[in-house]
Design a protein around this ligand. Structure first.
Ligand code: PLP
Length: 418
């Protein structure tokens, strides 16, 4: 669900006409609905109320400071994968005691900073990282709370680029090595084993892979308990999918029911790291039609957003609904909606039936709130889009549009080339 709806054929975000925002800040522009984000978070968290739990919003999905501050106010913790994300979460007011740190390649300086910040838990992804964590913890005299991320070898049946819990993926530690790793960690008093973690992938539309992973985790948890470990946190990661087209992912209540069933017998605090399901449908990318053109049988609508703004279609052949900001005609035609970037992969829709569009029309690319702006780039020296947060009748610029000066400000021409 989301709060992007039409009133008198005009697309609104909550109480604000999308056109009003565009008139003020231009295109391409990301628009987020605060009410949608709040609702998604509260429904998700409430679904787990039967068990002790902490929802650590996955910052990578959308790391705008205003989005983080909004979620922090709702009580969210954060799942971060870099010091950049950690600093964002802290700056947005999310306490370190609610932050978990995942990622296969944490640098030593990042580990030290997170240790000093006092985060809840490191989700460690390799034996060498565990060793490194132990050394740093000892050198700074701060005990390191950690969970090992297990690679449960479960197929999440999603796009291969976003499946992470299979043996062939780079993530986590193979199941059969996990117990030994905890036993080894016991020898370093600066390593504090407090949890167990897995994350199997993203945009998962069926509960069964989550349940399979959880069963694997439970077996390891029980074995560790038998060996005398007193773990507290069972972290199941994120991954619940959203409807982009005709997918039918389980609603959070159903997903939660299946998980609660499994974890109830354990004495633990469940950690969840949802990203997409919180912000995905809470954001749109608005773009303007620059030109129409026909090449043989193909009709193209060229818009002013490109794959540098939203890379999901180019990267994963991902589907995003596209809707006109103003409904003016019932005439339809089949077109490719493409961006200005010099790549054939720069498209938002192929052979899509859409209302006939003209130069200057505004289009909303739906479900762009997750893995949208955060994956944007300056390819083709294009300035990244502005971001706006709508809350009721009010809207706020939460990231300025980049300028050409921003783009070149870090570059240096050596004197001898001048
Ligand atoms: N946790 C970890 C470790 C991740 O890598 C990801 C993303 O893939 C997430 C949580 C969030 O996943 P999603 O946005 O699918 O909920």
């Amino acid at each position: 669900m989301h709060y992007f709806t039409y009133h008198l054929n005009e697309l609104y975000c909550e109480e604000v006409p999308v056109k009003e925002i565009v008139n003020k800040f231009g295109t391409p522009i990301y628009i987020y609905s605060a009410r949608t984000i709040r609702r998604h978070f509260s429904v998700f968290s409430a679904s787990f109320k039967e068990v002790e739990h902490l929802v650590c919003y996955s910052v990578k999905a959308n790391s705008n400071l205003a989005v983080l501050a909004l979620l922090g106010k709702e009580g969210a913790g954060a799942d971060v994968v870099s010091v950049g994300e950690l600093v964002r979460a802290l700056k947005a007011g999310i306490p370190a005691s609610k932050i978990v740190y995942s990622g296969v390649g944490k640098r030593p300086d990042e580990i030290e900073l997170a240790l000093k910040a006092g985060i809840l838990m490191f989700n460690v992804e390799s034996l060498e990282e565990l060793e490194c964590l132990g050394e740093i913890a000892k050198s700074v005299g701060i005990k390191a709370p950690f969970a090992l991320r297990v690679n449960p070898n479960v197929d999440p049946k999603t796009h291969p680029y976003i499946s992470t819990g299979l043996k062939k993926n780079k993530f986590g530690i193979p199941e059969e090595e996990v117990i030994d790793a905890y036993l080894k960690a016991k020898k370093n008093p600066y390593l504090l084993p407090i949890g167990l973690d897995a994350h199997i992938g993203s945009q998962i539309t069926d509960v069964s892979p989550f349940v399979s992973a959880l069963r694997r985790l439970k077996a390891i948890w029980n074995e560790l308990t038998r060996l005398g470990f007193e773990l507290r946190y069972l972290d199941l990661g994120g991954g619940l999918g959203i409807p982009y087209a005709d997918e039918e992912p389980p609603p959070p209540e159903e997903y939660a029911r299946a998980i609660i069933e499994e974890v109830k017998p354990l004495d633990c605090t469940l950690i969840l790291e949802p990203g997409r399901v919180i912000v995905g449908n809470a954001g749109i990318l608005v773009t303007r039609v620059l030109y129409r053109k026909t090449n043989g049988d193909k009709k193209f609508v060229i818009v002013d957003a490109g794959m540098n703004d939203l890379i999901r279609p180019a990267l994963y052949q991902a589907y995003h609904k596209i809707q006109p900001v103003k409904l003016t005609t019932s005439e339809e035609e089949v077109v490719d909606v493409v961006g200005p970037v010099c790549e054939s992969g720069d498209f938002f829709a192929r052979d899509r039936k859409l209302p006939r569009l003209e130069r200057g029309d505004l289009l909303a690319i739906m479900s762009a709130g997750a893995y949208g702006f955060v994956m944007s780039s300056n390819y083709n020296s294009r300035c990244r889009a502005a971001e706006v947060l709508v809350d009721g009748e009010t809207f706020y610029l939460v990231r300025k549009r980049e300028t050409i000066d921003d783009l070149i400000s870090l570059e240096i021409i050596p004197d001898y080339l001048k």
